[in-house]
Design a protein around this ligand. Structure first.
Ligand SMILES: Cc1cc2nc3c(=O)[nH]c(=O)nc-3n(C[C@H](O)[C@H](O)[C@H](O)COP(=O)(O)OP(=O)(O)OC[C@H]3O[C@@H](n4cnc5c(N)ncnc54)[C@H](O)[C@@H]3O)c2cc1C
Length: 571
């Protein structure tokens, strides 16, 4: 059932067994998994079914040190959360991401890759991203869009086969992109045991019994009317920034719920990205364009270092993609890139920001030069517009974005990387209050010197491997490499690490089951719990963790003779 809080009878009691706070990728996955479980589930969502941009901005606005965007950007208050605008790139974490690596401070999870890997196939289904198969060999075999006549896929980089340092057989798959609010609304609406309460913003968690258990939460509707919701179990599924805000706000006189050892809000990571260098192909053609896998999903190739090479060269986990010239620099001569650049004012602001950042040559050519490019290539722009209409606007499975090759046949490299967990990279609360009396957040995101130096080593290693083993050359300005990397930007929608998973409360905020230490009926379902952050976009893993948590809750709540017993169940 889906109900608006504003329309709910003021006398109705709000009492649940499981209360999920936030209906984004994590919250909706949990609700769908608990549908039919017999538990009385309440899904509280601050937004409605339609995005109200001004209201979303008002609730999320805060401050941030550049180059991090304001926290009102790259997040959405609406049923479906930020999946209403995400790009849909689905990439799983790698086994090495869960390992303790002596060269990455703070690495090592209390769980292993296999603990989460078994949820990935189902998470792929939730994201409509096809099979859990990320190899070129399998995914691009017969029936895919780009197989050679022999059935074998085109090589990613000519000559770079069977290389043990750089893996050229990896792809990333793309979701439709699935808006979880639209896709799973009907299931939630007809669920016999799940009630979604919209325009119901949680503003405080209330604990009792010496703060060992959350008893209730306060919710507020758009008119400012407050109600209490009681539940046996609470799950914070409000994203990696908002979880910190609610936990801190709910302990006004203390350090924040779950903040036993000053970890809450720290280790904030986003992935850092840049576009650097020029890959020159001397023989053959690399696989540049989007392809379709045998199961009909858009995918793209990427280059990545093997786990062994990462350990040997002390590298953070990162990925490289062949890119296209900066949109804003009209010397690319592409009528399509110029047309996209000129259209940017009509795009949503995050996509506008993507057009403007991340390039080594962030030249902003005058509009007249872009107009000249467009005028010279009107038929090409017309053809592109036609394709864009059918492949992007009207298609259910959308072409993720437009790729245009450089005129001179070279390719800039898009790079994104894991970040070293860093205590000084953090979310804090300011003294400014929003309309519901919640303190606004300040974001202090940092790229560490370890991050920058790892990225520098990665570029130089890639250059050497390509030189030895392929028919490509990577040209980089070696002298300026480190300073360019230091100017990298955060991947705006990735908010990770702020409530780390750990073995003991000394080292983090949640235990291996995502329960807040010493508060066993409060769980966190979001990328906040990530100990380290891989190079992989977070949503597929957020969904996998939500599936794992749903399974844990179903098993423990069914076994516990009374729900009070969950406190004594293994954490
Ligand atoms: C432009 C863009 C592109 C992206 N591209 C990708 C991509 O290609 N691949 C990828 O993996 N990720 C991508 N992301 C990130 C992706 O959108 C997030 O990782 C994902 O949505 C996070 O899911 P979540 O459930 O944790 O949070 P959200 O989806 O943000 O959901 C949180 C929900 O909680 C609600 N809420 C917040 N506070 C409260 C409160 N106090 N009370 C009640 N409800 C509350 C919100 O309204 C929202 O519905 C992108 C993001 C953006 C903005």
């Amino acid at each position: 059932m889906i109900v608006l809080l504003d329309e709910l009878d003021a006398r109705a009691t709000l009492d649940a067994t499981i209360c999920i706070i936030g209906a984004g990728a994590a919250g909706i996955t949990l609700a769908c998994e608990l549908d039919g479980s017999g538990f009385n589930v309440l899904l509280l969502e601050a937004g409605g079914t339609r995005l109200d941009v001004a209201a979303s901005d008002e609730l999320y606005r805060g401050t941030a040190a550049a180059p991090h965007p304001n926290p009102s950007e790259y997040r959405r208050v609406v049923f479906g959360g930020t999946t209403g605008t995400w790009g849909g790139r689905c990439v799983p974490f790698d086994p090495i991401d869960f390992e303790k690596r002596d060269y990455v401070a703070g690495s090592g999870w209390p769980i292993s890759y296999s603990d989460i890997a078994r949820y990935y196939p189902r998470a792929m289904k939730y994201c409509d991203a096809g099979e859990f198969d990320f190899s070129v060999g399998n995914s691009l075999k017969h029936g895919s869009s780009n197989a050679l006549r022999s059935g074998a896929p085109l090589p990613t980089i000519p000559g770079l086969d069977d290389e043990s340092v750089v893996l050229a057989d990896r792809i990333e798959r793309y979701s439709l992109p699935t808006d979880f609010g639209k896709r799973y609304r009907a299931q939630v609406a007809r669920s016999p045991n799940v009630t979604a309460l919209l325009n119901a913003r949680c503003v405080a968690l209330h604990s009792s019994r010496g703060e060992e258990r959350v008893e209730s939460v306060t919710i507020v509707n758009r008119a400012g009317n407050r109600r209490r919701v009681k539940s046996k179990v609470f799950i914070l599924a409000v994203g990696g920034i908002e979880a910190v805000r609610l936990l801190m706000q709910s302990d006004a006189d203390g350090p924040g719920l779950g903040n036993h050892s000053d970890h809450l809000g720290r280790y904030y990571a986003c992935h850092f990205e840049n576009t650097l260098g020029r890959l020159v192909v001397e023989r053959g053609e690399p696989a540049f364009d989007f392809e379709k896998t045998y199961d009909g999903v858009y995918c793209r190739r990427k280059l990545q270092f093997s786990a062994e090479a990462q350990r040997r060269h002390r590298l953070l986990n990162s990925a490289f993609r062949l890119h296209f010239p900066s949109y804003s620099d009209a010397s690319h001569g592409s009528p399509v890139l110029s047309a996209i650049y000129l259209a940017k004012s009509t795009l949503i602001r995050e996509h506008r920001a993507i057009l403007q950042h991340g390039s080594e040559a962030a030249v902003q050519s005058p509009v007249s030069e872009h107009l000249r490019n467009v005028a010279r290539g009107l038929p090409t722009v017309g053809h592109f517009a036609f394709q864009w209409l059918f492949q992007r606007q009207l298609a259910t499975r959308k072409l993720p974005y437009t790729l245009v090759k450089n005129r001179d046949g070279s390719y800039p490299l898009e790079f994104n990387s894991e970040q070293t967990p860093q205590a000084s990279s953090r979310i804090t609360l300011t003294d400014e209050l929003d309309r519901d009396g919640l303190k606004r957040v300040n974001v202090d995101w940092r790229v560490s010197e370890e991050d920058a130096q790892s990225a520098q080593r990665a570029f130089l290693l890639l250059r050497d491997v390509l030189h030895q083993h392929s028919w490509c050359r990577l040209q980089i300005d070696e002298a300026g490499l480190l300073s360019t990397i230091r100017r990298s930007v955060p991947l705006g929608g990735h908010h990770m690490g702020t409530a780390r998973m750990a073995t003991t409360p000394r080292d983090g905020v949640v235990n291996r089951n995502s329960a807040v230490f010493e508060m066993p009926n409060l769980f966190i379902a979001s990328s906040a719990v990530f100990c380290t952050n891989s190079h992989a976009n977070p949503t597929l893993t957020i969904v996998a963790f939500a599936l794992r948590l749903a399974e844990h809750l179903k098993a423990t709540l069914h076994t516990a003779a009374s729900v009070d017993e969950i406190e004594s169940l293994p954490g």
